[in-house]
Design a binder for this molecule. Structure first.
Ligand code: ADP
Ligand code: MG
Length: 276
């Protein structure tokens, strides 16, 4: 794998969702969820994607992870063009990019123990991991997110929302990825819990050299975690820039409108403090 290439390059992605045909002989209508979207993410960098609901953020996240196939454009991860790879090569590449979803209740299988849930990507993507190593990886990963190795034998319902999101993060980390795609990863949490999970994500970034594609509708959160911000509107990139500059002097009226709609934008960067 080419280590001088950017971690992730997204080039001119266009993705149309087909909608149900309204009349028998009419061409099937479509909805353009991504329209010529490009971005670059360096190793260790954190890029936020912001935009209103329906702007295409989750579609972009899924397409970057090759869970959705675009009509046009390329996703190049670690120098590999993901949609040009044979299935077995793509499977090998998947361990380098993992997703953390929004919902800490819905995204964890309630019938499975935490150890099984956390190890699932390892079991699916890395062959030949011996059971002792597997156990050690589960324990090490749980500890890295502030949980205990013994938590592997518990069920998700024994944990709070914030702890469940730590489990979801552990699950994303167990294959030792370079890229984490976080789609509204703290949006379902209370503000004080949100602050703890954001601090964890920032610590992990430093400790493990992770890159984040951090998707959020919440600009206060974005300001704390991102180096750069990309603003999506109706599937198009309307503005992109360094986080401080973009917050200080947004160029596009849409970005200004988004910023004007945020009440707690005055929060400090980096170290997040819980609201009183
Ligand atoms: P966001 O995450 O920013 O809220 P999404 O990427 O989920 O936006 O959706 C972008 C647009 O694509 C929305 O208009 C949404 O209704 C539409 N969309 C998303 N998924 C599908 C799908 N599977 N089929 C048809 N339309 C979809
Ligand atoms: Mg979404």
């Amino acid at each position: 794998m080419n280590s001088t290439a950017p971690l992730l390059q997204v080039e001119h992605l266009t993705l149309d969702y087909r909608l149900p045909r309204r009349r028998l002989f009419a061409p099937p209508p479509h909805h353009r969820a991504l329209d010529d979207v490009s971005l670059t993410l360096a190793r260790g960098e954190s890029l936020a994607v912001v935009g209103e609901s329906g702007s295409g953020k989750s579609t972009l996240a899924r397409t970057v992870l090759a869970l959705e196939r675009p009509q046009a454009g390329r996703v190049v991860l670690l120098g590999r063009d993901v949609f040009a790879l044979p299935a077995d090569e793509l499977r090998k590449l998947r361990r380098h990019a993992q997703m953390v979803f929004q919902d800490p209740y819905g995204s964890l299988d309630p019938r499975r123990k935490v150890g099984w849930i956390v190890a699932e990507p390892l079991d699916a993507l890395e062959q030949g991991v011996e059971s002792a190593e597997r156990r050690a990886r589960i324990a090490e990963t749980l500890q890295s997110v502030g949980l205990q190795s013994g938590d592997a034998d518990k069920f998700p319902h024994e944990f709070s929302g914030g702890q469940r999101q730590r489990i979801a993060i552990a699950r994303a980390l167990i294959t030792r990825p370079a890229l984490i795609v976080a789609d509204e990863a703290v949006s379902a949490l209370d503000v004080s819990v949100q602050a703890q999970v954001l601090n964890l994500l920032m610590d992990l970034r430093e400790r493990l050299g992770l890159s984040y594609l951090f998707i959020s509708h919440d600009l206060a959160v974005v300001r704390q975690v991102a180096d750069r911000v990309m603003v999506l509107r109706d599937g198009r990139v309307v503005e992109e820039g360094e986080v401080e500059g973009l917050f200080r002097a947004p160029q596009h009226p849409y970005t200004r409108a988004l910023l004007a709609a945020v009440p707690r934008i005055g929060v400090p960067r980096r170290r997040v403090t819980a609201a009183p």
